[in-house]
Design a protein around this ligand. Structure first.
Ligand SMILES: [Zn+2]
Length: 438
């Protein structure tokens, strides 16, 4: 990293440490951390702040700095920007079991565009095409893609600063496989088989409109699509969509057939594509930001806190502590089992949430057994430890949708089973390796 690139970070350090801090000394220290110790920029800044007696909480509450979209690294905890709303829509989502409404869309400035999410809506309205000054945003990288987030500390003001968006968003005139689709791609040609197509009434610019939604799949994956015009799409037919574009929702790419899109019927060379699930490597799923009906095989490398025996509110199904729900007060909690696990297949690690039926199946611990364990040992964590013993490093095949929220991608497991190793294939692979080394 060159010295001039460090300037905004030195500014940031000065804000936290105090304007009296010596700029040259900060620059030298930052340089040492980065180029001698080779630590990440974020770790270097934390190290310097600690040295000056300033730790992270202060950093988080420190004044933000203003950045352009292209300057953002995905590590900003408190950043301001002036940007135009390229696209925005309201979405109903379930985040960690709790239903909520969010805004999601795309922001743009002169340097680029990025997807954004407003997690705490109701305090401000965003209008497509308008420019705003956003304060106290935070960013994350979801597998190399910048995501701008607005939480409860964020402030939004209408701005009259003129914003000229870059000429082109990412454009593909060529064909892409479904697993290669990424947020921001336009003019893409995709060939796939249509599943579960159905009309849907929506309101667009104050007018009722019928769009057609469903899934399109090829041999690499499956995505949801929205066709904004009636192309007479039917289940099981294979189509080629020219000039389609991609928008992500909760990190998962979705395909749009807009006014520019040309649909043609093609020979079905995808007869092997079922409406079912596609086997993917975890790195591939993470790179896409998520996926529909994905199957991965890997080892369970972590059973996280919040796994085991839990209580839920009978009214809203939210997991609760003791017998008190924040929305429904004192309730008769219902017991449930679940696991929050991490699956690693050697290419990457994926968080997954496992429901009661699947948890019972792979742990061989039923809800009744779990309640007996908790009662006998007098604490609920005993169940988590018992599950941990059963499933840690277990090789499993899990399938479900992988969605992203503010914590990153997570598989909502629909089915999970102990993976049966393909012994013959392993033997063949070993032979190939041995032969190759002779
Ligand atoms: Zn409740």
């Amino acid at each position: 990293m060159r010295m001039e690139e460090l300037t905004p970070h030195i500014e940031e350090l000065k804000r936290v440490i105090g304007e009296s801090a010596d700029e040259e000394q900060l620059a030298e220290e930052l340089n040492t951390y980065l180029n001698v110790y080779h630590v990440s920029l974020e770790a270097a800044k934390k190290g310097i702040m600690r040295k000056y007696g300033k730790d992270e909480p202060l950093f988080v509450s420190a004044a933000s700095i203003t950045k352009k979209i292209k300057e953002m690294t995905g590590e900003e905890k408190n950043v301001d920007l002036v940007a135009r709303v390229v696209f925005v829509e309201e979405k109903q989502v379930t985040a960690r079991g709790t239903p909520r409404t969010i805004f999601s869309g795309t922001l743009g400035d002169e340097t680029g565009t990025a997807p954004f999410t407003v997690w705490d809506i109701g305090r401000f309205e965003l209008v497509k095409g308008e420019t705003y000054r956003f304060k106290n945003a935070y960013t994350k990288l979801w597998n190399d893609k910048l995501q701008i987030n607005f939480g409860e500390r964020s402030i939004v003001e209408v701005s009259d600063i003129p914003i000229k968006l870059p000429e082109r968003m990412i454009s593909y005139s060529s064909d892409l496989k479904i697993s290669e689709l990424r947020e921001g791609i336009g003019n893409v040609t995709v060939t796939g088989k249509i599943f579960s197509v159905e009309p849907k009434e929506i309101e667009s610019k104050g007018e009722k409109k019928t769009v057609f939604t469903g899934y399109i799949a090829d041999d690499t994956g499956k995505v949801q699509f929205t066709s904004w015009n009636d192309h007479g799409l039917k289940d099981d037919e294979t189509i080629c969509a020219k000039n389609a574009y991609v928008r992500s929702f909760r990190g998962v790419p979705q395909l749009n057939f807009g006014d520019q899109c040309e649909i043609s019927r093609v020979d079905d060379l995808l007869s092997n594509v079922q409406s079912g699930i596609s086997k993917r490597s975890i790195s591939d799923v993470l790179r896409a930001g998520g996926g529909i009906d994905v199957m991965v095989t890997g080892a369970i490398v972590d059973v996280r806190a919040g796994s085991g025996l839990i209580r839920r509110c009978p009214e809203c199904n939210r997991s609760i502590l003791a017998d008190e729900c924040t929305s429904h007060g004192k309730v008769n909690a219902v017991h449930d089992l679940r696991m929050k696990i991490v699956i690693d297949d050697g290419t990457g690690a994926l968080s997954a949430i496992v429901n009661k039926e699947c948890t019972e199946r792979i742990t061989s611990i039923s809800l009744e057994t779990a309640m007996a364990i908790a009662k006998e040992r007098g604490d609920q964590d005993a169940v988590l430890r018992a599950m941990d013993e059963k499933v840690l490093v277990m090789n499993v095949t899990a399938s479900g949708n992988v969605l992203s929220d503010e914590y990153g991608p997570m598989m909502i497991v629909r089915d999970i089973a102990v993976a049966v190793p393909d012994i013959r294939k392993e033997a063949e692979d070993l032979m190939t390796k041995v032969e190759g080394s002779l």
